[in-house]
Design a protein around this ligand. Structure first.
Ligand code: SAM
Ligand code: SF4
Ligand code: F3S
Length: 455
């Protein structure tokens, strides 16, 4: 069963005069951050966070629809909440996020116990919607089709106190043929540089050490607002904010990653040398059908530029297996490409038909069993590569930002390198979360590094 999000609980003692909320989040970091903006609005109107479903007066499910598997899981979760509604008819259940934007009133038909559906462009309306429901007890649908401008700012409560997400732009103009995101998140809208810098400066003053700049395609930053300032300029400005230790960003589209950005990252102090560059496929024919706007040759040159400029950079990627038209030969091209590039890690997905996208009705759809077989081959190959790369870090001393205790072992601490590798080490007691420490790496695994605090 999916667990509720974890926000800080300010008061353990439950009080019947206080109203409580619980949230569940699915999907990407942008959605995780949207949950923080939803929680911020609830707090502003007097709700406190609690992690007990039975006590909650408002339950939010912030949804994703990027793949069918995510949707199935979410509809399952919504079904489970019927029990809570029967036990407590006054509870307000709201569905927000990308699936809310896509399915709209269909959600009420499938799950009449849901009270409201709030679209991705309507996040700032949450407290008004809750008031409306409290007064009328009718279903409320608040889903705008498009957002022409940036939505008004809303208060935010952060889940952590070391790392924070900062959106720099919303939406996507790329329309990759498999992807639902442009339909549910609208066109690109960039925030102003001064707003972003101001928010990060404040986060630094509040004690945050790491910032992740968010956007579906961060390299398009500024293009929708005249193009005077681009992503590289933004990175340069953010790099000067002294109270922050590290800056990351998600996600950059390979087509729009350029030399200026690579140079700025190479010269910057705080922007980490980790490049997440989703390639999606190693076949030029499939890349064309996906409408990705680059070739494998272009991608390989980009990797070369990054590695020659920043030799210790890590490079990770996303791959879709079983895109329509992927035959054994084209699949083999992807396998060859991952052997050639040697990614630090790859996030691999089975192609999922998204109704309304061009790829859903393309000919030569691939059978599920073949997709699964190919996914396994890719994962086996990539795991070996990741392990080989990580092994080279054994006996090295790496700078790690302490995040906290390991989830599985309270005697171990957990943090990340600048290259975004997870590191575990035996707790000493002096390594406070938020501190930069040096870890002597002793054992490398596929997904993590183990070591000891370096004296
Ligand atoms: N904007 C990012 C980019 O273009 O790199 C990606 C955002 S998307 C939320 C994350 C990943 O989901 C994509 O890189 C892609 O690999 C995967 N994805 C998107 N649509 C998919 C689909 N229909 N089936 C399978 N995977 C999909
Ligand atoms: Fe989807 Fe492509 Fe936009 Fe990424 S760039 S969100 S994959 S349409
Ligand atoms: Fe993110 Fe899923 Fe929406 S990946 S943008 S929450 S469809």
């Amino acid at each position: 069963m999916a667990k509720p999000d974890i926000f800080k609980i300010y008061n353990e003692e439950k009080n019947s005069d206080i109203k409580y909320f619980t949230t569940f989040t699915y999907g990407c970091q942008m959605n995780e951050h949207d949950t923080e903006r939803l929680a911020g609005q609830l707090k502003r109107v007097g709700y406190e966070y609690c992690d007990q479903l039975d006590l909650a007066n408002v339950i939010l499910i912030n949804t994703c629809c990027v793949r069918e598997s995510a949707e199935k899981k979410i509809y399952g979760k919504i079904g489970e909440l019927k029990r809570i509604k029967v036990a407590n008819p006054n509870v307000i259940i709201g569905i927000t996020g990308c699936m809310a934007q896509k399915d709209k009133e269909k959600i009420f038909k499938k799950a009449p116990h849901v009270d409201f559906v709030l679209g991705t462009h309507n996040i700032h309306e949450l407290s008004d919607v809750i008031t409306e429901i409290t007064n009328s007890r009718e279903h409320v649908l608040a889903v705008w089709d498009q957002a022409e401008r940036l939505a008004p700012d809303v208060p935010t409560v952060r889940k952590g106190d070391i790392s924070a997400w900062v959106p720099i732009m919303y939406g996507c103009n790329n329309f990759c043929t498999y992807c639902i995101v442009p339909y549910v998140r609208g066109r690109e809208r960039s925030r102003t540089l001064s707003d972003i810098v101001q928010e990060i400066t404040q986060l630094g003053q509040d004690g945050f050490k790491e910032i992740t700049l968010l956007g579906q395609n961060v390299n398009s930053y500024g293009k929708d607002s005249g193009g005077q300032l681009d992503f590289a300029d933004l990175l340069q400005a953010v790099d000067k904010i002294e109270s922050i230790e590290r800056v990351r960003y998600m996600t950059s589209h390979p087509r729009d990653m350029n030399e200026k950005v690579i140079n700025v990252i190479g010269e910057s102090k705080r922007v980490c040398e980790h490049f997440h560059l989703p390639i999606q496929s190693g076949s030029d024919e499939l890349l064309k059908r996906m409408n990705r706007g680059y070739t494998t040759d272009y991608y390989l040159k980009l990797v070369e530029k990054i590695r020659s400029n920043i030799p210790n950079a890590s490079i990770t990627t996303d791959l879709i297996v079983g895109f329509p038209g992927e035959n054994d030969k084209l699949f083999q091209e992807t396998l060859e490409l991952i052997k050639l590039v040697k990614f630090d890690a790859a996030y691999t997905f089975l192609f999922s038909k998204r109704s309304g996208t061009p790829a859903a009705t393309m000919p030569d759809q691939v059978e599920l069993a073949i997709k699964k077989e190919r996914l396994q081959k890719i994962m086996d190959e990539q795991n070996e590569i990741s392990l080989t790369i990580n092994k080279k870090l054994e006996a090295k001393q790496l700078e790690v930002l302490v995040e906290g205790s390991s989830k599985n072992d309270v005697n171990k601490m957990m943090g990340r390198t600048r290259t975004n590798k997870i590191v575990l080490w035996d707790k000493v007691g002096t390594e406070q979360p938020g501190k930069l420490v040096t870890i002597d790496i002793q054992k490398a695994q596929t997904w993590l590094l183990k070591g000891q605090l370096f004296a």
